[in-house]
Every structure is written in C-alpha cells, then in structure tokens.
Design a binder for this molecule. Structure first.
Ligand code: UD1
Ligand code: CA
Length: 455
C-alpha cells in the first residue's frame, strides 16, 4: 500500500463561534500543539504525502501553524460556508493533480489516529471507492447515521433528514473519509443541496457512489479518537484523553510515574527508561529527559534537556535552553534558563542561573544569582569546573570564574576570578569586643531616665 499516493484534505472552515475566541478554533492547542497540527501528524502517519487545508477565517494563520509539521501544506480558502462537500471542493486544484487516495479530515477532530486512517485507506486498496470512519457515541443525537445493508454502506443520513427508524441507529459518521482519487471529483461534483440544511453534504457521496455501482464501506474507530471539539469544555475533555494515553505510553516505555494523573506532557516530550517522574510535574514543549533521571515533585520544564542520572526539583523550573548534563542536580526553588549545567555540577537551592555555563562538578551555593540583564542586554556568566560559589552571591555578567576558584559567601562579583583564586566581593567583618554590652547598658539607662521623667 505504501506505493499508493495520498492527499489529505483537512477541513477547518465554517466553524461556529462557540469557542468564544479571537483565535481560529483549529489553532487551539492540545498538549501544546494546535488541533489542526495533530490532524496533520495523523495524516502524515497514515502516509499522506500532501496536505491541503481548507480554512475560512484566518486561513494564513492556520497554514503557518501547520508549516513546521508539513512544510508542503497548501491552504485553500472556502469563502462561503456551503457544506462539507463544497469545502472539500475548495481544494479542487490539489485533487486534480491526481492521487490514489484522498483522506478528508476535520481540523476540529484532533485525536484521530494514524492507524484508523490507514485502515480506511486499506479498504480503498481493496477496491472500495469510499470508506467512512464510523463510531458509536454514547449519545448519537446530532450525528449522521450510517445505514448498512449486508456489510456494505448504503447511505449516511444526517440527523435532520433521518426517518424515526433511522434515528435509532447507534453507528454514526465520525465525518472522516477516504475517497478513491480517480472517482473523487466526479462524486463531489454530483452532490446537490436539496436537504434540510440546504448544504452540499460530503456524506451524499456514499449514495452517489452506490448509484454508479461503486462500493462504499464503513470502518469503526473508538469514540475517544473521533471526538469533535466545538467549545472549550470539549477541548479540555480531548486534552484529558490525550494526556491519559500519553501517560500510559510513557509507563509502557519504562518511565515510572508515581501519580500519573498529575503529570502533564507536551506533544513532543521525550523521556528515557527508568526515569522517575514524581507527582505534579509539567512538561512544556521541547523537553528531552534521558534515562535514569529523577524529576521530583512540582517541577516545571520547558525547552530543556536533562541528561542521564540527573536530579531535578522538587519545585525546580527549567526554562528554554536549560541543558543539564549527566548527574547534574538542580534542586528546590531553582530556575535555570539558557545555561549548561555540566556533568555532576550542583545547583541545589534557591538559585537563578541564566545565560551561563556551569562547569563540571561546580557547586553553586544557596541563593546564588547570575545577574544577566541590565534592562537592555543579556550577558554571559562562565563558571569553571570544580568552582565553588558561596551562598547568596551575585555574579554580575559578563563575568568569568575560573576552574577551581572560590567565591566567598555574600559576594557581588563584577570582575574575573582567576583559576584557583579566592574572591571576596563584600565588606570585611569588623568585630569590637565588649561593644555589644556597652550598647545594651546605654539603652537601658536611657529607658530608665525616660520612665522616671514620665512618672
Ligand atoms: C458532520 C457530518 C455528520 C457527522 C459529523 C461528525 C456532513 C454533512 N455531516 O456533521 O454526518 O456525524 O460531522 O462530527 O458532513 N466545514 C467546512 N465548511 C463547511 C462546512 C463544514 O469547512 O461549509 C468543516 C467544519 O469546520 C468542520 C467539519 O467540516 O470541521 C464538519 O462540519 P460541521 O458543520 O460541524 O458538520 P456536522 O453538522 O457536525
Ligand atoms: Ca460538527
């Protein structure tokens, strides 16, 4: 089947206003990725080499959002919402190029799987002209019903056009179809709009195909995979399903999730085997964690790389460009941004490391801050291998601390500290023997005098 060519047409026009959003519906994200991009990924997984997106409002924004996943994606505009068949025909120019298979997908049905689409294409390879993906929703109201006879699909009837008998059918149209490329234009052009809504229904191609002696069939997908999103409550429902599946996959891949339902992944999170993720951890986009690491509770990671045997958190924040090499530790209430924490280095408590390089086995004391920003520009802090930064130090970038150097606690370091040097960047302590007692006696005498005067 791999040699069959495939175009996927993703319908993303004519959406309602139930998202109550300035953003086109299909650009709302699940696991950090716009819905429509999830659909593009599924289409690609099912072997669709070309992608056509039919959008109304914000067509260009929609095309841009899918570009990273499908640089070849073309955008077509359906200016008027005249129905699903009319929407597919907005991509006529793409269909005319000639494909073996055409997959018609909905941009607001983001959890569709590559396997379900492959199964639908498989039926075309076996000779069907149309495959419709069906499902059995808990409540079929509002969906088109699949009318089958002797294992073949004879029609799809929209709810409003159903007879009472047809309305009792539980097997429904998920909306997604595979159409034989050589028949597609003829079938679509034959669709009329004489129905309850006055729209050109894509679903009519089933009867049109049958009438010309072609075969239509239905496949079945789980409800969870063909859920359509119309409002933010359904968006959250889809997110929950996606997260549940992703957690399951992580665990089967050898990752320990202590409380799986409290861990949130992004579409592109990568985690190695034997890594432990404690409760309440959030992975934003662009995170790679190697094997055997521990991500302690309440940590937030985004755009970060965590090497083997690293420890992160509890309560750590790794921002984009954080790069923890093997056995590095970033502890509680630490923030790391655009910085390498080299092999075995420790940043354990209450620290900000940004725009920096921390050498291997360096130890960064509690409360250390890299002062990387002057309000206009960012500057780099370099800390050498094995260096020791005393607690509560400010390292004012640009600045370099050499290998093996020490910085005394409470220092403000503004100039280079050479290798193996000890730097004090604070006033020296002055101690006056007996002066404390003297001070106390003076204050006591003053208080007694004031009291006598008042009494
Ligand atoms: C459609 C199906 C129905 C199925 C249901 C599943 C048809 C005629 N009906 O109904 O059988 O059970 O989906 O959710 O296909 N769209 C456009 N341009 C248009 C009209 C729609 O791009 O002119 C897009 C929408 O953005 C949406 C999709 O097509 O992504 C489905 O359209 P919608 O109006 O939601 O169809 P339903 O009435 O739900
Ligand atoms: Ca719908």
């Amino acid at each position: 089947m791999t040699e069959r060519t495939c175009l996927s047409i993703i319908l993303a026009a004519g959406e309602g206003t139930r998202m109550k959003s300035a953003l086109p519906k299909v650009l709302h994200a699940i696991a950090g990725l716009p819905m429509v991009a999830h659909v593009v990924r599924a289409a690609a997984a099912a072997g669709a080499g070309d992608i056509a997106i039919v959008a109304g409002r914000g067509a260009e924004a929609v095309r841009k959002a899918v570009t990273p996943f499908a640089p070849q994606a073309e955008a077509f505009v359906q200016a008027e919402r005249l129905g699903t068949a009319h929407a597919v025909l907005a991509a006529r120019a793409a269909i005319e190029r000639g494909y073996d298979d055409i997959l018609v997908l909905f941009g607001d049905t983001p959890l569709v799987s590559g396997e379900a689409l492959r199964a639908a294409r498989e039926k075309l390879a076996e000779g069907a002209a149309v495959t419709v993906i069906g499902f059995r929703p808990p409540n079929p109201t509002g969906y088109g019903r699949l009318i089958e006879k002797d294992g073949v699909l004879v029609a799809i009837r929209e709810e409003r056009d159903c007879s009472d008998e047809e309305r009792k059918i539980g097997f429904c149209n998920a909306g997604l179809m595979a159409i034989a490329g050589r028949e597609a234009l003829r079938l679509l052009d034959a669709v009329g709009n004489a129905n309850a809504k006055g729209e050109f229904y894509l679903t009519d191609i089933v009867e049109i195909a049958r009438a010309s002696g072609l075969r239509a069939v239905a496949t079945e997908a789980p409800f969870e995979n063909v859920l359509g999103i119309n409002n933010r409550a359904e968006l959250a429902e889809a997110e929950a399903i996606w997260q549940k599946n992703r957690r399951h996959r992580a665990m089967l891949d050898g990752v320990t999730l202590v409380a799986p339902e409290t861990v949130f992944f992004s579409f592109d999170t990568e985690i190695g085997a034997d890594t432990v993720v404690e409760p309440n951890v959030v992975f934003g986009p662009g995170v790679r964690v190697a094997a055997n690491a521990v991500i302690h509770a309440f940590s937030h990671l985004e755009g970060a790389t965590v090497g083997e045997d690293c420890q992160v958190g509890p309560y750590a924040r790794l921002r984009p460009g954080a790069d923890l090499r093997e056995k590095a530790k970033v502890g509680n209430f630490c923030e790391v941004k655009k910085a390498v924490i080299d092999i075995g280095a420790k940043v354990n408590h209450l620290t900000y490391i940004g725009d920096a390089f921390v050498g291997s086995k360096a130890n960064i004391g509690a409360g250390t801050i890299t002062c990387n920003y002057d309000g206009y520009n960012k500057f780099i802090t370099e800390i050498g291998a094995g260096a020791f930064i005393g607690s509560n130090s400010s390292l004012v970038a640009p600045v370099r601390i050499g290998d093996g150097a020490y910085v005394a606690s409470g220092s403000v370091i503004t100039a280079e500290v050479p290798e193996d040097a000890l730097a004090f960047g604070r006033a020296r302590q002055t101690t006056l023997p007996g002066r404390g007692k003297q001070l106390r006696e003076q204050q006591a005498a003053a208080a007694a005098a004031a009291k006598a005067k008042a009494g």
